[in-house]
Design a protein around this ligand. Structure first.
Ligand code: C2E
Ligand code: CA
Ligand code: CA
Ligand code: CA
Length: 279
């Protein structure tokens, strides 16, 4: 019995080591990351395809832990949602990004549009409208320069509730986009009624447009659908000149991707604005 008990304990400990302990560790570290100043934002430029100039940027959250190093958002955003930490973290992202966008504007970099990702929890938070309005008021960024990125699953989960929230956000004067378009469960019938401004074509489609006839057809269809609904289209994850050519040829409005630039820390983004903001 003792043997068996020990065996069980060992088994338990082993599974704790590989999964649960790691997660418990990450949880307690995540709980303190904000107050310990471990977050920063990177900005990835978005270019207008007709003019070849930088017209905006997407703010992307970065967590650098002193021992664990850089932890990608895909590994902690979901955890932050589950732990109820996404609201304070999301507020911090919103404020920091708005302040940065306003500072670039005051430095003479023209009216850049700032895109900020919202998580599902944040989107449903009662306080969202107030948090957005407050971030704009405190930083002096005009609402028209802020774009909030939503995902299909966020808005399709409860269409009526989502429509109300979107209408309220539009009432503040901000722009709304649907991120990762084409990957989720979406209904074209609803899309028509949502007060959105931009569709972002997911990078999984973009990556294959020059190899897969299907993906090429999907991207063409998304572009023409968006235009017929008077929406702008941004292609994300553009990595090659061939992809860029295809997107230009088919009338895509804007692009974002490693071909032009990876997400950059604020100082590097400003250097890019000063030196090489042409495609
Ligand atoms: P996303 O919103 O779809 O962001 C685009 C992701 O694609 C970013 O990954 C970006 O670095 C990456 N990317 C950009 N260009 C290229 C390219 O040419 N090729 C490839 N392969 N990738 C490219 P990242 O920064 O790791 O972010 C991953 C996801 O984490 C984001 O996906 C978003 O869902 C989430 N996220 C990031 N920051 C925030 C945030 O502040 N709040 C919330 N709620 N979610 C965030
Ligand atoms: Ca995004
Ligand atoms: Ca995306
Ligand atoms: Ca594909």
């Amino acid at each position: 019995a003792k043997e068996q008990g020990r065996g069980h304990w060992q088994f338990y400990a082993a599974s704790m080591n590989t999964g649960t302990l790691e997660r418990l560790g990450l949880e307690s570290e995540l709980r303190h990351a904000l107050e310990r100043g471990q977050f920063h934002l990177e900005y990835q430029p978005q270019l207008d395809l007709a003019s070849g100039t930088v017209v905006g940027m997407e703010a992307l959250l970065r967590w650098t832990h002193p021992q664990l190093g850089r932890i990608p958002p895909a590994s902690f955003i979901g955890l932050a949602e589950e732990m109820g930490l996404i609201t304070p973290i999301g507020d911090w992202v919103l404020r920091t990004a708005c302040a940065q966008a306003r500072a670039w504007q005051l430095a003479g970099h023209g009216p850049l549009r700032l895109a900020v990702n919202l998580s599902a929890r944040q989107f449903k938070q009662k306080n969202l409208l107030h948090a957005v309005a407050q971030a704009l008021a405190d930083t002096g960024l005009a609402a028209a320069h802020l774009e909030l990125e939503l995902t299909e699953s966020m808005v399709m989960h409860d269409v009526e509730q989502a429509t109300v929230i979107m209408a309220k956000l539009k009432g503040l004067g901000v722009q709304l986009s649907i991120d990762d378009f084409g990957t989720g469960y979406s209904s074209l019938a609803y899309l028509r009624h949502f007060p959105i401004d931009v569709l972002k074509i997911d990078k999984t489609f973009v990556s294959d447009i020059t190899h897969s006839m299907d993906d090429a057809a999907i991207v063409r269809a998304i572009i023409s659908l968006a235009h017929s609904l008077r929406l702008k289209v941004i292609a994300e994850g553009v990595e090659t000149a061939q992809q860029l050519d295809f997107l230009r040829q088919h009338g895509c409005d804007q692009m974002q991707g490693y071909l032009f630039s990876r997400p950059l820390a604020a100082a590097a983004f400003e250097t890019l604005l000063l030196e090489g903001n042409m495609l």
